[in-house]
Design a protein around this ligand. Sequence first.
Ligand code: MN
Ligand code: MN
Length: 324
Amino acid sequence: MSDEIDFKPVSGTVLPRFAGIPTFMRLPHLAPEKADAVDIGITGVPWDGGTTNRAGARHGPRQMRDMSTMMRNCHHVTGIMPFDLANCADLGDSPVNPIQLEDTLERVEGHFRKIHAKGILPLTAGGDHLISLPIMRAIADTSNPLGMVHFDAHTDTWDRYFGGAMYTHGTPFRRAIEEGLLDPKRTIQIGIRGGLYHPKDKEWGLAQGIRVVEIEEYFDLGPDKVAELAREIVGGGPAYISFDVDGMDPVYAPGTGTPEIGGYSTHDAQRMVRGLRGLDIVGADVVEVAPPFDPSGATALAGVTIMWEILCLMAEKVAHRKAG
Ligand code: MN
Ligand code: MN
């Protein structure tokens, strides 16, 4: 039964990190159906059918699981020990259909509905950025939509691609706002840069009330002030964190489909996520790790370390909730 499960990760002082089956953070692997005692479910979405440029993020979850064996128990700055605060588990990968986009959106939504129905907070490894949309469909309450801290080089609020395609990794947050899942006035985008298709590309999101921190403003303010701003914008309501690894400079995260130079460092990304302490995080994802473009695994390590930073925040939230 679930109460017999040991939710502590396997320690690198007991079994070497390179040994054993690489589940996320070396946690127990459970099917969502058997995850009743789980507070935070880490899951992969191995799919990149929404990619408009270089594909490869379908391979992200597997390499991120491998690199996640580098994580330890205790956060080196905050002292948070997430595995003492919350029952965490690897809930496996979402079902996907690599040759059918609409079917994949339904399968992914179904996977996260199962998780959400058990009161489990999902922490997800993508996959391309379109996967955030079916996750939000599964967990958002349209009567109290999500706020979002969105780390990315791109706004992902474009409308259509290739004539009429509504669903790509460049459109998830336009769709999420249209569907009432996401509150644009409680949304902040951090690190936006790169060329546009049209000068008007910036207008839609700003008109909705999204707070866009372009990379120039980011470098003027610095990571701590930007995190403070993010907490102000998102406020006390339900919050989603979506971290596209291309928000970081390609020097730090080259393994991604749409790199843009001039981004923030891995360290600054860690500081910003750490600065989000106290938000009511109901779900999060780290997306666009594309291992074929980075055989070193450094991008997957960066991505999964950001997942660990987010996990610490989520576990603290779970602990507060349990304390009543
Ligand atoms: Mn993105
Ligand atoms: Mn991006």
